[in-house]
Ligand binder design. Structure first.
Ligand code: C2E
Ligand code: CA
Ligand code: CA
Ligand code: CA
Length: 278
């Protein structure tokens, strides 16, 4: 779209403006995708290692692009964050995940919580609590079956954060600290905020078979969490070796490719919700 006419689109000729143009195009694409319902939610099972039972799922958004196929969030989440569209997208994921869990419950599936990722923009929306309550009312999902995944980086403003988190927790919604240990960690907030669960980040798991430092970090997180009555789940378990080390350290709740990749709703339903009917 480079034109050198009177009004000269030369504005877009250098690299930076090229990037701006790309961002604008992606923004317009995201707008269309939201309107056309091209986003879909995948679910990754969370498994209890000692009995192989499903104990929860994490909702992970995908873009079913008409030309490019199924796109992972890494390709569009940051653009959606920059443009503010993440709020609408995030509310779609929340609503869809809650609706799906309620539907599976109604069909006789197990009662398990769904974890939904929250972006920092959503977290700071004044309407967050009301939006979520409305979604729970609409879908009929009990609040204790919704778990919100937040990250350490979102809690820079301690007063504001504790206000938001306390309101959510009072409503019966559960809070989970994602990517634990990778952010601007200040362990102090763990005792200030109502955090029900920490997720041990994949970066500590991937080195766990070779690095005694990573094993020590995982063991320390587990000890601390137990002391503070928080649940722990290990993320990114890919191998049997990693599983065994983590289980030996005292962590039974597992999410990772070793058990399953994130699955389309129908696949998760067949494999985990109603396995005997398959
Ligand atoms: P996350 O919240 O840390 O989600 C876990 C990511 O790790 C997922 O990638 C999942 O597919 C991947 N994963 C799970 N187990 C394994 C494993 O064993 N090995 C490896 N290598 N990877 C594993 P995904 O679905 O591509 O999502 C990437 C990130 O995008 C998420 O990281 C999250 O930060 C963001 N995201 C996804 N869905 C949403 C959403 O609805 N809203 C927002 N705000 N962010 C989302
Ligand atoms: Ca997450
Ligand atoms: Ca994570
Ligand atoms: Ca993350």
């Amino acid at each position: 779209v480079k034109k050198n006419g009177r009004n000269g689109y030369q504005f877009f000729s250098d690299d930076l403006n090229g990037q701006l143009l790309e961002q604008l195009e992606l923004e317009a694409d995201l707008r269309k995708a939201l309107e056309r319902n091209e986003f879909t939610v995948f679910y990754q099972p969370q498994i209890r290692a000692d009995n192989n039972e499903i104990i929860g799922v994490e909702a992970l958004v995908r873009w079913q692009h008409p030309v490019k196929g199924l796109l992972p969030p890494g390709l569009f989440i940051s653009a959606a964050e920059e443009s503010g569209q993440i709020v609408e997208l995030g509310n779609f994921v929340l609503r869809e995940a809650c609706r799906q869990m309620r539907q599976w419950h109604d069909e006789g599936g197990p009662l398990i919580p769904v974890a939904v990722n929250l972006s920092s923009q959503q977290f700071l929306q004044y309407s967050l609590l009301e939006d979520i309550r409305e979604i729970l009312r609409e879908t009929g999902l009990a609040p204790k079956y919704l778990e919100l995944e937040i990250t350490e980086g979102m809690m820079m403003d301690a007063t504001r954060s504790s206000g938001i988190l306390n309101d959510l927790a009072k409503s019966g919604i559960r809070i989970s600290l994602d990517d634990f240990g990778t952010g601007y960690s200040s362990l102090g907030y763990l005792k200030l905020y109502p955090i029900h669960k920490v997720k041990i980040d994949r970066s500590f798991i991937s080195g766990i078979t070779d690095s005694s430092n990573d094993r020590a970090i995982v063991a320390t997180i587990l000890t601390m969490a137990q002391h503070m009555h928080m649940q722990v789940i290990a993320e990114g378990i890919e191998t049997k070796e990693q599983l065994e080390i983590v289980v030996d350290s005292g962590c039974q709740d597992i999410q990772g490719y070793y058990y399953s990749r994130p699955l389309a709703a129908d696949d998760l339903k067949q494999k985990y919700m109603f396995p005997l009917e398959a």
